[in-house]
Design a protein around this ligand. Structure first.
Ligand code: DAH
Length: 341
């Protein structure tokens, strides 16, 4: 062994510790050099002649001192850091959020329909007039196309654009019926949960945005009886009660015939209460047999296929379920309200 070997060992050591930026790792390196590298140097000293032994021994001792000083220094640093971290102080309280009641209800509806073999589809919130109105058989002069009902997007020379290029915030989830069917082959069984927008002066039962759940089943020989059975099962599961279903004639441009669907009031069991306004029935969705023009818009041949569609307001169901009297609470961000769910 030569005295340069100790110089080299020192260089190697310094290089290694400088590269390391964790104190714990630096301590490990120091220990390794003392316990392994230097101790083998000291072992081999006995084989050397007097003079070399003294020279190399001195250098090795200096190196050991340097390393053990560094080790002490690192230990002190860790000790200081631990002193600064006062384990007796109370911890920072990280508050857990909770799932929004609308989301919770949406997920519950999804689970029920998934069990019946429905798939979940989605569509854009920024929609064009063709999907939102034309494809759904809305007349050119339908009142919902007016500025005061719908939130239109400002566009240059809007009037001159084709309806596929005139944008608006979708007023319902029904346009997804056509979007979904267009590039696919029947049969279809889907639900479409999503946010919709209306140009409303808000009050306790109207908001400028709310959530809907659209349903669509298209195939061969689908009947109103199939519809009754599907929604009957859905509402029984949703309200966890043996609720009855009632269909009343109605009108929607995209269904023929159209119905309003009522469920029997599970709160008073049809005896009459404030939720059902003493009628024993609660209006819960619009529905009907898909209009042949809607199937045509989606390139589905109405002479082979038919089906039913429905749309329910998730907010409205949540309000009935939890006896909430103001829809605006859902969008207020008020934690006193939200923490209850
Ligand atoms: N889109 C309707 C609305 O927003 C709800 C609706 C009614 C959807 C009847 C349907 C339906 O699919 O068949 O008021």
């Amino acid at each position: 062994m030569k005295s340069e070997d100790i110089d080299q060992l020192k260089d190697r050591f310094l290089k290694e510790v400088k590269k390391e930026n964790s104190s714990k790792e630096r301590k490990k390196i120091c220990k390794r050099y003392i316990e392994e590298e230097l101790s083998s140097v000291f072992c081999s000293l006995k084989n050397l002649s007097g003079e070399r032994k003294a020279e190399i021994g001195k250098k090795a001792n200096e190196l050991r001192k340097l390393i053990s000083d560094l080790l002490e220094n690192e230990k002190e640093k860790v000790f200081q850091a631990e002193k600064e971290f006062d384990i007796t102080l109370p911890g920072k309280n990280v508050e857990l959020g909770s799932i929004h009641p609308i989301t919770k209800l949406q997920k519950k509806c999804e689970r029920i329909f998934l069990r019946m073999g429905f798939a979940i589809a989605e569509g854009p919130e920024l929609e064009n007039e063709w999907y939102n109105f034309d494809a759904l058989n809305f007349e050119e002069d339908h009142p919902v196309r007016e500025m005061q009902d719908t939130l239109f997007v400002k566009q240059k020379n809007r009037e001159e654009l084709p309806s596929q290029e005139r944008f608006l915030m979708r007023t319902h989830t029904s346009p997804v019926q056509v979007r979904y069917m267009k590039d696919r082959e029947p049969p279809f069984r889907i639900i479409v949960p999503g946010r919709v927008f209306r140009n409303e002066a808000t009050d306790s039962s109207h908001e400028i945005n709310f959530y809907q759940l659209e349903g669509l089943m298209v195939g061969e020989n689908i009947s109103v009886a199939n519809f009754r059975s599907v929604v009957g099962y859905f509402f029984k599961e949703l309200f966890d009660a043996d609720v009855g279903i009632r269909l009343r004639p109605s009108f929607f441009p995209f269904t023929e015939p159209s119905f309003e669907v009522d469920v029997s009031c599970s709160i008073c069991e049809k005896k009459g209460c404030s939720v059902c306004k003493k009628t024993g029935w609660i209006e819960v969705m619009g529905a009907g047999m898909v209009h042949p023009n809607v199937l045509r818009s989606a390139d589905v041949d109405p002479s082979y296929f038919n089906g039913f569609a429905f749309g329910l307001g998730i907010d409205r169901i949540a309000m009935i379920k939890h006896k909430i009297d103001d829809i605006r609470l859902f969008y207020s961000g008020d934690l006193r309200f939200l923490r209850q769910f």
